[in-house]
Design a protein around this ligand. Structure first.
Ligand code: ADP
Ligand code: ADP
Length: 222
């Protein structure tokens, strides 16, 4: 079944830039979709609309299943951690905002930190961690609410190549273990093919999905 069907989506920014111009895209339940395309083709805009952070000018988003209580997780290129807060406090922020009781929140933060391999770092401050570790904190924060959908906007682009490869495998392991649907925006066709069961390619003018390619050899979820 489909989690989401995007039909005829257009978005014009104030000032007139037509960032999206008729985007059609289907997202299957549990799928790992990569979205590639040249800079400025509207990838971030599309993610922001799917996340509900931006309203489209026209077109529809049709949810097969509402993302529900866990909502939608979002990971940006920068980990955007609170520098004054310890790792555990950064990860529990969405649970605090949702009013999850303290004991349950503590347990879920500990479990999620273990899943990203940072259990011993719960009391560290972000500045004490490497770039790859900070990104794993951001992944833990995005997943701690158990979202149905995880949106990732070039999350590993600022990391060195070896760290990026490691995080690709970490992300795949999380996807296999936790059951969320993922949309992964990247500049790297290599990365998209490595990670995904499907790659959608966007063009800039018009801002549209112009190819949609299944990747039969991508890591199956077992
Ligand atoms: P991508 O993520 O593929 O690089 P974006 O979605 O960021 O593309 O941008 C698509 C187009 O919309 C670009 O031409 C960009 O300059 C423009 N754009 C993005 N954000 C804004 C904004 N807040 N206001 C005006 N134009 C914007
Ligand atoms: P990188 O992001 O630099 O590739 P990883 O996130 O893969 O590093 O971390 C590899 C391991 O090295 C970590 O699990 C941790 O044990 C150790 N490590 C890396 N950076 C630090 C640090 N700043 N402080 C303490 N241990 C670290």
């Amino acid at each position: 079944p489909d989690l989401l069907t995007v039909s005829g989506l257009t978005l014009a920014y104030p000032g007139g830039t037509r960032a999206l111009d008729g985007v059609d895209l289907r997202l299957g339940e549990g799928e790992f979709l990569s979205l590639v395309g040249p800079s400025g083709c509207g990838k971030s805009t599309l993610l922001r609309i799917i996340a509900g952070l931006l309203a489209p000018t026209s077109g529809t988003l049709s949810w097969g299943r509402r993302p529900g209580r866990g909502g939608i997780g979002f990971v940006f290129q920068e980990p955007t951690l609170m520098p004054w807060a310890r790792v555990a406090a950064n990860v529990r922020l969405p649970l605090d905002l949702a009013g999850v009781p303290q004991a349950e929140a503590d347990a879920r933060v500990a479990e999620q930190l273990a899943r990203v391999g940072l259990f011993e770092f719960e009391s560290a401050f972000p500045r004490e961690l490497s770039g790859g570790m900070r990104m794993r904190v951001a992944l833990a924060r995005a997943l701690v609410t158990k979202p149905a959908l995880l949106l990732l906007d070039e999350p590993f682009a600022a990391l060195d190549e070896i760290t990026r490869f490691k995080l690709n495998d970490d992300l795949l392991a999380l996807w296999r273990a936790e059951g969320f649907t993922a949309v992964f925006v990247t500049h790297s066709v290599f990365e998209s093919v490595y990670l995904s069961s499907r790659v959608a390619i966007m063009s800039a003018r018009p801002g549209r999905v112009v190819a949609d390619i299944p990747i039969p050899l991508a890591h199956p979820r077992t």
